[in-house]
Each structure stands twice: as structure tokens, then as C-alpha cells.
Design a binder for this molecule. Structure first.
Ligand code: GRF
Length: 202
């Protein structure tokens, strides 16, 4: 029985695509049951459609955060996911959503560094200011409303290279993210037999 995922995206969906490609290649025993975006124009929705997954838009429509999160949770729960993956999802989620699911998040920075938006740009600026020599990406649990601070599942470092352009660096980091997300989900699939997804005994 494949692990059922619902993936939340807000934009391009290249990390979603990495999961879809790994599934097609037989590297991941998962089923992406649905892709949901808060942005109607998110290209990740097109990627979902091409893969035969449900592609659903849940816009905020002026709702306050708890109301939106309850509405989002009711849509996600229709698919009865084993795991919800935040892949390029750009909204803060409250416990009105988080309490209903096992949720993981991909963040383009190392644990304890550059939480929040534009983590890549801030890391690159820190390197240019000779403050750091590497950054990276992580996949972590989202047990509460903390921003990019949950228990880490997998992480990868990405060293900076002298003379490399911001664009070339970002492409290298995104490639690392794609590999990292697949590796993190593969690990959860392996560990899911016999225990609940966050590692406590079933
Ligand atoms: C990625 O760096 C992701 O970690 C961040 O948004 C970027 C784009 O992700 N949250 P995607 O291409 O939409 O998956």
C-alpha cells in the first residue's frame, strides 16, 4: 500500500516535480493523491494535472488565518493523506491545519539559519559579506506554528563557490533540494512500517 501524500505548493512546483518523477521512476512507493495551491496560477498545479493528480486551488478569499486553515484542512482531509508535504508552500499554517495531519516542510537553509522568506538570498548575501562559507537545505516536521524550526528529517549542505553567480548558486541549491526531498520522503516510507510517521510506535 503506497504512502498517500497531499502536496501543498504556491509556485513553480519543481520540488513537487521531483517527487512525481521519482514515483514514475519507481524510486518512491508513494501516491500523490492531490496537489493544492493557494495561488490559482501556480505552475505546480499544471504539473499535478500532467501527472494525473487532483489539482485544487484554495484561495484565501479574505478569510482570517484560522478560518482559511480550517477550510484548507477540510479539503486536504478528503484525500485521507498519510503525509502532507509543504513544497514551496509560502503561507504560515496554524494548528487549525497542523493538528489534523503529519506535515513536513522543505526549507532552503540549514537548521537554525535563515528561517522565513528569501532564505536563499539572505544566505547568499551573508556569504558575500564573508559571514558564512556554506548553506544548504532541510526537510523537517511541522508539529506547531514555529517557522522552519521543526525536528529535522534530512539536511544537505551546499558550499559556496568563489566567483559563482547568484543564479548558478541558486540552481545548484534547488537541485540539492530536489534530491533532498526525495531522500527524506523515501526515508519516511521506509520507516513507516510499524511506526507512525513521526517515529512514535504505532
Ligand atoms: C524552493 O527553494 C522552496 O524550498 C521554497 O520555494 C522554492 C521554490 O520551490 N519554499 P518550488 O519550485 O515551487 O518547489
Amino acid at each position: 500500500m503506497s504512502m498517500r501524500l497531499v502536496v501543498l505548493v504556491s509556485g513553480n512546483g519543481s520540488n513537487l516535480q521531483a517527487l512525481l518523477d521519482a514515483t514514475t521512476a519507481g524510486e518512491l512507493d508513494i501516491e500523490v493523491a492531490a496537489v493544492i495551491s493557494n495561488e490559482p496560477e501556480a505552475y505546480g498545479l499544471e504539473r499535478a494535472r500532467r501527472a494525473g493528480a487532483e489539482a485544487i486551488v484554495v484561495t484565501r478569499d479574505g478569510d482570517d488565518r484560522p478560518t482559511y486553515d480550517r477550510r484548507l484542512a477540510s479539503v486536504v482531509s478528503r484525500f485521507n493523506p498519510d503525509l502532507v508535504v509543504l513544497a514551496g508552500w509560502m503561507r504560515i499554517l496554524t494548528t487549525n491545519f497542523l493538528d489534523g495531519f503529519d506535515v513536513i516542510n522543505l526549507h532552503p537553509a540549514l537548521p537554525g539559519t535563515f528561517p522565513g522568506v528569501d532564505a536563499i538570498g539572505r544566505a547568499f548575501a551573508a556569504w558575500e559579506a564573508d559571514e558564512i562559507t556554506q548553506t544548504g537545505a532541510m526537510v523537517h516536521w511541522v508539529p506547531d506554528e514555529g517557522i522552519d524550526v521543526g525536528p529535522v528529517i534530512e539536511q544537505r549542505t551546499v558550499p559556496f563557490v568563489a566567483g559563482e553567480s547568484r543564479q548558478a548558486f541558486e540552481e545548484r541549491l534547488h537541485q540539492t533540494e530536489h534530491e533532498l526531498l526525495v531522500a527524506a520522503v523515501a526515508r519516511l516510507v521506509r520507516e513507516s512500517t510499524g511506526t507512525t510517521l513521526n517515529g512514535t510506535p504505532a
